[in-house]
Structures are given as C-alpha cells and as structure tokens.
Ligand binder design. Sequence first.
Ligand SMILES: Nc1ncnc2c1ncn2[C@@H]1O[C@H](COP(=O)(O)OP(=O)(O)O)[C@@H](O)[C@H]1O
Ligand SMILES: CC(C)(COP(=O)(O)O)[C@@H](O)C(=O)NCCC(=O)O
Length: 311
Amino acid sequence: MNNHLSPYMHFKRKEWASLRNAVPMTLTAEELVSLQGINEDLSIEEVIEIYLPLSRLLNYYISNHFTRQSILAKFLGTDYKVPYIIGIAGSVAVGKSTTARVLKALLTRWPEHRNVSLVTTDGFLYPNRVLEERNIMNKKGFPQSYDVKKLLKFVSDVKSGVEHVLAPVYSHLVYDIVDGEAVKVESPDILILEGLNVLQSPLNCNNANNRVFVSDYVDFSIYVDADIPLLHDWYINRFLKFRAGAFSDPNSYFHHYSQIPESEALATAEKIWKNINELNLVENILPTKERASLILTKGASHRVDSVQLRK
Ligand SMILES: Nc1ncnc2c1ncn2[C@@H]1O[C@H](COP(=O)(O)OP(=O)(O)O)[C@@H](O)[C@H]1O
Ligand SMILES: CC(C)(COP(=O)(O)O)[C@@H](O)C(=O)NCCC(=O)O
C-alpha cells in the first residue's frame, strides 16, 4: 500500500473498499433510486465500494473543520461559520460532475451536514460573445477562457461567510453562459466546486499578478484521473448521447450534428477532442494532478481501480 517516498498513501480498490466499515452502509431504496437518477450508468457497487468510504473520510474532516470553527467562534465571540469547500478537478468527460453529484447526495445523508451546495466552474467561462471577440472559441476550457477574477471573488465570498452568493450558469445544450440564470449559494455547510480548473495556479492562468489561487479556498481536493484513450471514448460516447438527445433540440448549439450522418458528426467530435479537450488536458489539467488531496484513478467503465490519499 505504501511507498515512503511518495506524498500519497496508495490503496488498491479492495483495500479502499474495506475502509467503509463502521459507516451506516445501508442505502435506503429511496436513496438508491435518487442515486440512479444522477446517472443511469452509475453502478451501485461503485457507490458502495468507492464513494461511501470517501464520504466517511470526508465526514471526519468536515467534523474536525466545524470543531475548529466553534473554537474560533468562542475566541472571537462571534457567530463565525465558514463552509467546508471540496474541489473536484480532472479532464473533460472524466466524470467530475457525476462524482460531485454522488458526493453531494452522500454527504447530505450525514445528519450533521445536511446543507450541501454544488457549483461548477463552467459558469465562470466567458460568454461565447467574449470568446469570439478574443478569437479563443477553440480554447474553451483553457485557463484564458475563464473569468478567474469573478471565480476568485465567488469562492472568497463563500469562504468569508457572505450569506447570499450567486454563481453564473453554463449550459452544455446552448453551449454558452445562460443570461440571467444563477445558482444561489446560501451559507451551506459544504460547497462542492467542480471544474477543470479548480487546482490551477496563476501560472496556469496567465495572470502572474494574482497571488491567490482558487485552491487556496479549497479544504479538500479530488482529482479524477483516467488514461487518455478511455477519456477519449467517454467524450465521444457523451457526444453521441447528446446528439441523440439534447442536440436534437433546435435550441442546441449542436443541433446541426443531429441532422447530419453519424460518421460526419463523429469526425467533428474527434477533432474537438483532439484539438481542444485533449490538448487542454495535457497542457493545463494533468499538471495539477499532484496538488490534489486525493486522486481517484478510473479504469474501463468508470470503475475506480485505485485511490491515492495525501499523507
Ligand atoms: N461513475 C460513472 N459510471 C458510469 N458512467 C459515468 C460515471 N461517471 C461519468 N460517467 C459518464 O461519463 C460521461 C462524462 O461524465 P460527466 O460527469 O459528464 O463528466 P465531466 O463532468 O467530467 O465532464 C457521461 O456520459 C457520464 O454518463
Ligand atoms: C464547458 C467545458 C469546458 C467543461 O467541461 P466539462 O464540465 O464537460 O468537464 C467543456 O465541456 C467544453 O465545452 N469544452 C470545449 C470543447 C467541447 O467539448 O466542445
């Protein structure tokens, strides 16, 4: 399990799964249905063997966080409450948003921490209009495509205990920021912040003047990892699912792809993967992996093969 030179403890799937003891492992029929609703392809074995032990570990860290907060509140003589922030990073299509939604569901079940908000950093992408003006539409997801100042202000407001904070919303269907829509973050106990860029530093962000990183506000970070050929397949599969479903909506940016032969649509998806998402992964996302508190490494069918936890 351990290599003393590595900053991480390494767990094979079986070792990790065995750490779920002593947690209320039984999921009610209702919880199973709501988890399946998150993603029909998600296996319940995966929830039990990987995500339940993870939620047990997080629950310990979060309890500790709130104990420290109450000490600080006594010391300051105030009602000081700061949310615990969990960051989830990794490639496009690795399963960040599915992982985030599963963790939200599991953490909500712990009686002590019911209030969990989920925000994705996609909402902080510049609108297409700005990306077009700057001629960087083919760099969507790259550090320069995000309004990092706005994102930093958002996390710093949440972390400073501001009671009502708004996060803008991105739609994969419209392929743009949705005007006038926002997620309300109202003093949650836990904020899960999910996105390609949660572990990126100013060096990645072309903004060397900015000395604060989003990760400075993150209490626990998870990097979801998988080999590039798998990521490629998951991206293409998701594209085809969108093509069959959401893209057939005339409001969809990609509506066009539901109207042309599958082979043509596939050729475009291959290009988008190779020239945008894979390039972004190699240049900007993979180099942040070793900053994470925990790395989940997935194999075929999104099955987590191993877990690394920072010592
Ligand atoms: N644990 C999982 N089991 C099965 N399929 C998954 C799992 N996680 C993600 N997927 C599938 O992989 C694709 C990408 O997942 P998604 O959560 O949208 O990724 P991301 O948010 O990283 O772009 C989707 O088609 C999703 O249904
Ligand atoms: C909006 C995104 C940057 C976000 O990534 P995700 O949440 O899907 O991991 C990505 O889905 C994207 O649109 N990338 C640009 C190229 C493309 O896939 O169309």
